[in-house]
Design a protein around this ligand. Structure first.
Ligand code: HEC
Length: 119
């Protein structure tokens, strides 16, 4: 009896940890510092463009279904904010921490802030 109770408690814990894994800051990953050199590096911008085209455009892009997601206004957001939304998500915006590496998530922020960004 005791044993099964303990087991139930552990599995409950695991389930809730799993459910909250998205949207919670991860201890092991430090928030990035966006240096000018990173933001302007064409290799990063190119990497970010790939991420954008694969996973962001169909919700945020110019040809996305109206109302699916807000059109991004890069002038009103800094790279840290974009990175935060991409990593952890927010309300109906999914988080991508488990999908993209930190470098890719930083790169998509660099792309959105770059002159090359085209929604
Ligand atoms: C399933 C659709 C969907 C996908 C895919 C998606 N987003 Fe979002 N995103 C949203 C929604 C919906 C919001 C608005 C969330 C809110 O504020 O309630 C949002 C908000 C944002 C915001 C904040 C905008 C603002 O003005 O506050 C940023 C930045 C953003 N998304 C970037 C991205 C990037 C970069 C990707 C690709 C890695 C991406 N999103 C993929 C749906 C999506």
């Amino acid at each position: 009896m005791r044993k099964s109770l303990a087991f139930a408690a552990v599995s409950l814990l695991l389930v809730s940890v799993g459910a909250h894994a998205q949207g919670k800051p991860a201890e092991e990953e430090k928030p990035p510092v966006f240096e000018k050199a990173f933001l302007e590096d064409p290799a990063n911008i190119e990497m970010g463009k790939q991420v954008w085209q694969q996973q962001c455009r169909h919700c945020h892009g110019a040809s996305a279904y109206p109302g699916k997601a807000p059109k991004l206004v890069p002038g009103r957001m800094d790279a840290d904010f974009i990175y935060d939304r991409v990593t952890y998500g927010f309300r109906k915006m999914p988080g991508w921490k488990e999908v993209f590496s930190q470098q890719q998530r930083m790169a998509v922020a660099a792309y959105i802030k770059s002159h090359e960004f085209s929604p």
